[in-house]
Design a binder for this molecule. Structure first.
Ligand code: PEP
Ligand code: MG
Length: 754
């Protein structure tokens, strides 16, 4: 063996001795730098630790002037040491003085050293110091040497954690101070304001024991943990709802590939052989991987880096017996949950009393977890990207799910203003609650029906709580999205029956399956589509797979036996499609009759209006149906050619603008002409100002999210509708991009509570 390959083992053995020995922490630190210098044949080894206020302070050195200890201080980003701390990456230079970041500190006497290798000392994913070796000659450091230095850095992190060197809280404060002005933007997944402390859904495991004498035992522990990890991934792969939270099967396949990779295992075992515990070895391999991958420009490979990171963390959770999520931990009173992504079941695991808000690195507003968060009234901001990685466990966080903004360690004045906001929001919520049993009538006596959008059985609780008069849109696809296989007629029927029972006589409009597009189901192969929103989705799938719709309709007929049933079809593009859908329903009705199965006492059939083409067919369509419901989410995305899922386009077009309002008004007018009830069931109806505009052009029925009922009802009850109608009449011919400001000002001037 070459001396180099022997070196790590020797180094670790002796490091073990120093760390386990008596003596003060500073003294041990001095012994460590001496050991590293001699073992790595370097003239200098120095260690810098981060003090409060983002200062790296020289704590020990072998080779530099001893008088510089505790004197030499560098800011983050200053000099090569500061640069390593800032990037969190190792640096190896044969001629350090040529590096643009090089700064010379006379008190150290380092001008005679040319080559330098430094690595960050990390703890809980944050840089807490820098370990450096230097040589006089312009030498190239080898990969093995870099790895050894990293191992030493890992062990030194233990010293910081022990608190013997200085109070580790000092560093935490430094981190918090650094984040003090952190304000990040994300995408609103669930509205609301919340404030609390960051709790990682799957906390990063901190390795506390690095060195071992018992290598066979560590290898055995590793083997068991790997097996457990593989089982866990297998379980995740077969879990019912995995596919629906973005943790797609391909990712799990990649996980499994890594987890079973013998190369990964043997790399970890090789490091255990040098005297590290299994968890420290996992961390070491991970550090090396990260280093290699950081250099990669290929985004796919970089993405795999985070997969590997997650996997190494999971493996360490198994090794350290901490397998569950933070839900089972002792939680603080006000939790802001931080996760890459999570499933709805994960969210439901948390104590509702404590869970105040959620921030996600990824996720989608339409993902099931977001829907659950909305149903529970938990503010959620997602798609925050790498910003999420900068928050520390326990750090104070504000989630502004009204504007899609998140603050980490907010300055006191911002925190205070949010706390006041949250308080007044609570007061407002109490006011909404008080309106629950009050009629939804304008000051000039016009009744406006407020209905709920729902999709989960838990939403039905909100029906009673909100005082809405019924469910204007029941999205049936969620039951399908959480199922591994096509739900059979029996369970479908049971589910719809439960919904009708929960509605307790209030009307419920069931929308047939709106799957495909961004709403995948596991039993239908997902095709890659360039434009999924315009693709094979909703009723289009039902026509190609008629059994899907037939079984669903059968289940609905069974569930509503003896009661009233309202059904509508999504994404109908022309009259013939409505007729086709209705024929399928009729066939099922005939089948029930033939079998003498009980039928609903009344069946109302309608369509969603989401595809603009349908607007020019209303004369032919309206006589055929019992009601119509505008799906403004889709209608607006098609009307403005503006992807509703694309965060870059969010807010670009305003439905309160003359063209959109004129279009909507033309539909309302036609429905009035044909005496067909019309509801608007997209999200826009839930915003008081937008709802005001909708009332002004003739809408009298809005189906909205449970949380919107209170604010919209409050607006309605403060409104003289005739006045707004007259005002709106003069606005519709204007060329404005948006009428929102004008309408808001009008509302304010006229005491309308928007
Ligand atoms: C809509 O498009 O407005 C609608 C209500 O349907 P979904 O949001 O489920 O597509
Ligand atoms: Mg839609």
């Amino acid at each position: 063996m070459t001396p180099v390959s022997n070196a790590p083992r020797q180094l670790l053995r002796r490091l073990h001795g120093i760390m386990a020995g008596a003596g003060k922490a500073e003294q041990r630190l001095t012994e460590v730098v001496r050991l590293v210098a001699s073992n790595m044949i370097a003239e200098v080894c120095s260690v810098y630790f981060m003090r409060g206020g983002e200062i790296l302070e020289l704590f020990a050195t072998e080779g530099l002037n001893a008088t510089a200890v505790h004197k030499t201080r560098l800011r983050i980003g200053e000099g090569l040491v500061g640069h390593i701390a800032m990037t969190g990456l190792p640096l190896s230079l044969s001629n350090a003085q040529k590096h643009p970041k090089y700064v010379y500190r006379a008190e150290t006497g380092e001008e005679i050293y040319h080559s330098l290798m430094g690595v960050p000392i990390m703890r809980s994913g944050k840089v807490v110091g820098v370990l450096v070796v230097q040589n006089k000659t312009q030498r190239q450091y080898m990969q093995e040497e870099k790895e050894s230095l990293q191992t030493v850095a890992m062990v030194l992190a233990e010293l910081v954690a022990s608190g013997d060197l200085f109070d580790p809280l000092e560093q935490q404060e430094a981190t918090l101070e650094r984040a003090a002005t952190s304000r990040f933007e994300g995408v609103i997944f669930a509205e609301g304001l919340a404030e609390g402390v960051a709790v990682f859904h799957e906390p990063t495991i901190e390795v506390v024991k690095h060195l071992t004498d018992n290598m066979p035992l560590e290898k055995k522990r590793l083997g068991t943990a790997l097996e457990d990890l593989q089982n866990q991934i297998e379980e995740m792969m077969s879990a019912e709802d995995v596919r629906h939270q973005g943790e797609h099967k391909e990712i799990l396949d990649v996980y499994m590939l890594f987890a079973k990779d013998k190369g990964w295992q043997s790399k970890i075992e090789d490091i255990i052989d040098t005297g590290l515990t299994a968890e420290a070895a996992v961390e070491q391999v991970q550090l090396n991987n990260r280093m290699r991958m950081e250099k990669m420009t290929d985004p796919y490979l970089r993405e795999r880096l985070s997969d590997l990171d997650d996997l190494a963390n999971r493996l360490n959770r198994h090794l350290m017996g901490r397998i569950g999520s933070a839900a089972s931990d002792n939680l603080p009173d006000k939790v802001i949950l931080v996760a890459n992504n999570m499933g709805p079941a994960d969210l439901l695991d948390y104590d509702r009393e404590k869970l105040c808000g959620v921030i996600l690195q990824n996720g989608a507003p339409t993902a099931h977890v977001s829907i659950v968060a909305r149903a529970l009234g938990i503010p959620m901001v997602g798609q925050m990207g790498d910003a999420v990685k900068t928050v520390a466990q326990g750090e104070r966080v504000i989630v502004n799910g009204v504007e899609g903004i998140v603050y980490f360690s907010p300055p006191p004045e911002i925190l205070q203003s949010y706390q006041e906001n949250i308080k007044s929001r609570d007061v407002l919520l109490a006011e909404y609650e008080a309106l629950r049993d009050q009629p939804s009538v304008t000051l000039d006596g016009v009744e406006v029906e407020l209905l709920l959008n729902a999709g989960l059985s838990m939403d039905m609780e909100a029906l009673q709580r909100s005082g809405a008069s019924g469910v204007g849109l029941f999205r049936t696809e969620f039951q399908f999205m959480v199922s591994d296989s096509l739900p059979r007629v029996g369970p479908q029927s049971d589910f719809y029956r439960d919904i009708l029972n929960a509605a307790d006589g209030k009307p419920v409009v069931f929308r047939t399956l709106d799957i495909g597009g961004d709403k995948p189901v596991s039993f239908l192969k997902r095709e890659d589509e360039a434009n999924p929103a315009l693709g094979w989705r909703a009723i289009r799938i039902a026509f190609d797979r008629p059994a899907l719709l037939r079984y669903q309709v059968r289940a609905l007929l069974n569930a509503a036996a003896g009661r009233e049933l309202s059904i509508m079809f999504p994404m109908i593009s022309d009259v013939s499609e409505f007729k086709m859908a209705r024929n399928i329903l009729q066939k099922e009705i005939d089948r029930q009759k033939k079998r003498k199965s009980p039928l609903p006492k009344k069946i109302l059939v309608g369509t969603m209006l989401e595809v603009p083409a349908l607007i020019w067919q209303l004369d032919n369509l309206l006589p055929l149906l019992d009601f119509i419901s505008i799906g403004s989410n889709d209608l607006m995305q098609f009307f403005f050619a503006c992807d509703r899922e694309n965060p870059k386009l969010a807010g670009r077009y305003d439905p309160i603008c003359p063209p959109a309002l004129l279009m909507l008004k033309s539909i309302v007018d036609k429905c009035e002409e044909y005496n067909v009830p019309i509801t608007l069931c997209g999200e826009i109806g839930g915003k008081p100002v937008t709802a005001l505009a909708l009332l002004a052009i003739g809408f009298r029925r809005l189906s909205i999210a449970p949380a919107s009922v209170g604010p919209v009802k409050m607006m309605i009850r403060s409104l003289d509708l005739a006045g707004v109608e007259a005002y709106m009449g003069g606005l519709l011919s204007r060329p404005d991009h948006s009428l929102r400001d004008l309408l808001t000002a009008f509302a304010k001037d006229h005491g309308i509570k928007v």
